[in-house]
Design a binder for this molecule. Sequence first.
Ligand code: SAM
Length: 281
Amino acid sequence: MKFEIVTIFPDFFRGPLDYGIVRRAREAGIIEILLHDLRAFTTDRHKTVDDRPFGGGEGMVLKPEPLFACAESLALAPREQRLSGEAKETVVLLSPQGALFTQGMAEELAALERIVLICGRYEGVDERVAEALADREISIGDYVLSGGELGAAVMVDTITRLMPGALGNEASARQESFSAQVKAGIDGPDSTCASGGLLDYPHYTRPAEFRGMPVPEVLVNGNHDEIRRWRRRKALEKTARNRPDLLERQPLSAEDKKFLAEIVEDKIAKEKMGREATRKT
Ligand code: SAM
């Protein structure tokens, strides 16, 4: 996979992409990251990349000329071929107005061979870039950042984890939160529970007891079936508590539904006990 990042701050990426899995994936040749300094594609003495918005308003807007010139220097496949999927490459404009970046989208993008990430700045980017240059606009969340660089780093990291060989253990990526992929035969007793689109189950490591907090007994008893069921129940519990929207999108087994009913019953019982305790005081 080749990532190409278009930015006015190429130095921003010295750091976020130089550690851990992304660094190892670069060193192993699984991914390649090229940085393109937008200012190198300007034609004036001051290397101007921005200008005031037509119609008035706050701030400055990234000009279209350097962005188009930069993209044209990359010898990309024609936009129609990128949009139809004929070419395994895409041009992304990072934008808070874009489609929300999700694990599912990362999985889809990981199947490509080349991803160009355009980082906006200031009040944003001349709309003609979204209309005629980028294939898609992607947002990394419902908040406004100062620039697209953090978003580009988030996307590179997330997609790199999905590249074959990047994690060392092939099952790891499938077990993580949001991951919808479950492969029969691979997600065996050791993996105990692929997340199946839910949040991940809780993890514990040594010491078995820390400051009076013991590791749940079930995890040390060696019964893989019990561990699998406990992890699934915990994943459902956490998902119901923090991200109930995910439950609506995932196929749930009869066992899952039973767990969820028990979780609701437990919650009602705890609330009742809480009310009774308050009444007594
Ligand atoms: N005026 C824009 C708006 O309100 O939608 C915000 C522009 S923002 C200050 C500048 C740049 O940061 C954007 O062009 C985009 O590249 C990047 N950016 C900000 N928030 C982002 C997000 N949530 N996801 C991806 N990129 C973002």
